[in-house]
Design a protein around this ligand. Sequence first.
Ligand SMILES: *Cc1c(COP(=O)(O)O)cnc(C)c1O
Length: 377
Amino acid sequence: MATQRVLDFLATRRPEGPCLVVDLDVVRDNFRAFEKALPDSKIYYAVKANPAPEILRLLAAMGSSFDTASVAEVEMALDAGATADRISFGNTIKKERDIAKAYALGIRLYAVDSVEEVEKVARAAPGARVFCRVLTDGEGAEWPLSRKFGCVPAMAVDVLRHARKLGLDAYGVSFHVGSQQTDLTAWDRALADAKRVFATLAEEGIVLKMVNMGGGFPTRYLRDVPAAQAYGQAIFGALRKHFGNDIPETIIEPGRGMVGNAGVIKSEVVLISKKADNDNVRWVYLDIGKFGGLAETMDEAIRYLIVTARDEDEKALCVLAGPTCDSADVMYEKAPYPLPLSLTIGDEVLIEGTGAYTTTYSAVAFNGFEPLRSYVI
Ligand SMILES: *Cc1c(COP(=O)(O)O)cnc(C)c1O
């Protein structure tokens, strides 16, 4: 729920238009909770979740490392005070000239998931460390990452072997169990795969050193989610089970779990109407929608908590839509959303848990709507 600091900010500053307000105190608490839950793992904040400079500076000062996906994100992490040895280029799909630029900036840790990408890294970042991403089934995740990234474990063996042959440091294995992952056993399945890659390569004398256990740590939306501590226990238990006394270096890359619950979007009801006199389904249109930052409502995947000043009143289901002239700009229709019957045009609503994957998903000026403004306090 919105913190008092955020509520005070909104009450005193009264910013016009939809905006995101991020409370850095919450980010600080989240970072500490991850440190405590997995004390032996290094934290690489996934910059794409929210690259606001204030967030990156706070995390850099707290000792975080950074998972980046582009040269621009590498530069943001450097500008925030992170040294190059605390930054990984975690995207498996990179232009060779971007690898070269990152290498020139000092980056020595790269993700790959194919022999073809290894060839690029070997040419543009000679001698660098590479880790190979393996596919996961994404089951249990509300925002699964599908088959776009990673390869099957048997292929990861080939990829890392090839990396070694080309003079790279075959450093480890990575996976991402899918974003907003609430099934604590998901890491167990992925770590079993990672261990198989370690074991097969060890037989050939290639000793991997690191497992990158990715992101996936959830934010509370409508339902409670397990605490960081529960994830820590489940993950550490799985590491013990699969690696015994030989637990490698580990990395986690929280994005959503680091900043999701730190942010709240303030929005306004623009219109409440019906499609026919005898139709009692209300359509509620907000001044923010899929193109203004709520892209994760795609397929109604992420269901945000929406708070109004009239929540004590009787509620009824309604269709919730955004303000643009694109018919795709409907957030919840297949599963309509309960809002107070007394809700009125002009009311402000708070959309909770929106610190991750909102500002950067907002269009620049679709239909002339400004990109989502953000205040970090
Ligand atoms: C997006 C991403 C993350 C962050 O995922 P969350 O589910 O937001 O924690 C971590 N690692 C990689 C490689 C990513 O692409």
